[in-house]
Design a protein around this ligand. Structure first.
Ligand code: DGY
Length: 300
């Protein structure tokens, strides 16, 4: 099977693809020879790939791929669930700690030679233990965050469409969760229902000093409204994702109340190599005529 990969994906599994070409999907001519693609949530030009059988997404979120159009043409779409939960939950937690304890600001101060007084005169921050963490989306990654929160003695609230009985946290409606939490962390996929789920009205429900952590998708938050809240200094944030990556709103760059990372959620060796493994296994399964391992939508 001829496969186009938008880059060389990490790990030895990639070498098991017999006929793979590294190429951008901004194709200049039709490629009827291509039967499989590996993408990182990039749009797929279906019109130029008439022989396509499978889109193997390297990642769990597939909001830019155009799944409905793929299904219509009988193209299988797969993703890589499960293997990046720990990595993403760790990063979400790292952002909670970094924002709440002023880690990046402290590092900047030391490097700039600005630490000139006694430790007892330095800036103070809010304690993480004992505060309330609101998890929006208690799926695989949200649950992994909730388990970490236990070890840090946080009180955990969660919200999602389906209320469940779980020892991981107490259920709240979204608006109530936003108003009750000291830290809110987002773990929902980007869909038409979650696009700008956290809009200006909902941001305003958050109490002064609340920290918003986003390792999901930038578009889940109204970015302009969030920037306004952060520029005013009313809220804090740890942001790993943005609406127009890799562009980061320039107003955020100098703010002391924001920690910014470049979409690092799954960026551990173990997670990324496992993501390649799963993407390749999906391609090989379709090549053999077997069902894909982790389809996001089944083709009739
Ligand atoms: C995903 O899997 O969708 C992530 O954004 C990659 O870290």
């Amino acid at each position: 099977m001829k496969v186009l990969a938008t880059r060389r994906y990490p790990g030895a599994a990639f070498d098991q693809l017999g006929d793979v070409e590294i190429s951008s999907l901004e194709l200049e001519r039709p490629r009827p020879d291509v039967e499989g693609v590996i993408v990182s949530n990039e749009p797929v030009p279906l019109d130029l790939l008439p022989g396509l059988r499978i889109v193997a997404n390297f990642g769990v979120g597939y909001d830019r791929i155009g799944v409905a159009a793929c299904v219509e043409r009988g193209v299988v779409v797969t993703n890589t669930p499960g293997v990046l939960d720990d990595a993403t939950a760790d990063l979400a937690f790292a952002l909670v700690l970094a924002v709440r304890r002023g880690l990046v600001e402290g590092d900047r101060l030391v490097r700039a030679g600005g630490w000139t007084t006694s430790w007892s005169e330095g800036a103070i921050s809010e304690e993480v233990a004992g505060s309330t963490l609101g998890i929006v989306g208690l799926g695989r990654i949200g649950s992994a965050v909730a388990r970490r929160a236990r070890g840090f003695d946080l009180r955990v609230l969660y919200t999602q469409r389906r209320r469940i009985d779980t020892p991981l946290g107490e259920y709240r409606e979204l608006d109530t969760l936003l108003a009750e939490s000291d830290v809110v962390t987002l773990h929902v996929p980007l869909t038409t229902d979650t696009d700008r789920l956290i809009d200006a009205r909902r941001l305003a429900l958050m109490r002064d000093g609340t920290c918003l952590v986003n390792t999901a998708r930038g578009e889940v938050v109204d970015e302009d409204a969030l920037v306004a809240e952060l520029v005013s200094g009313r809220l804090q944030a740890g942001l790993d994702v943005f609406a127009d990556e890799p562009r980061v709103p320039p107003q955020l760059l100098d703010l002391p109340n924001v920690v910014l990372t470049p979409h690092l959620g799954s960026a551990t060796r173990r997670a990324r190599e496992a993501m390649t493994r799963l993407a390749v296994d999906n391609l090989l399964a379709v090549e053999r005529g077997d069902p894909p391992l982790t389809p996001v939508a089944r083709v009739a």
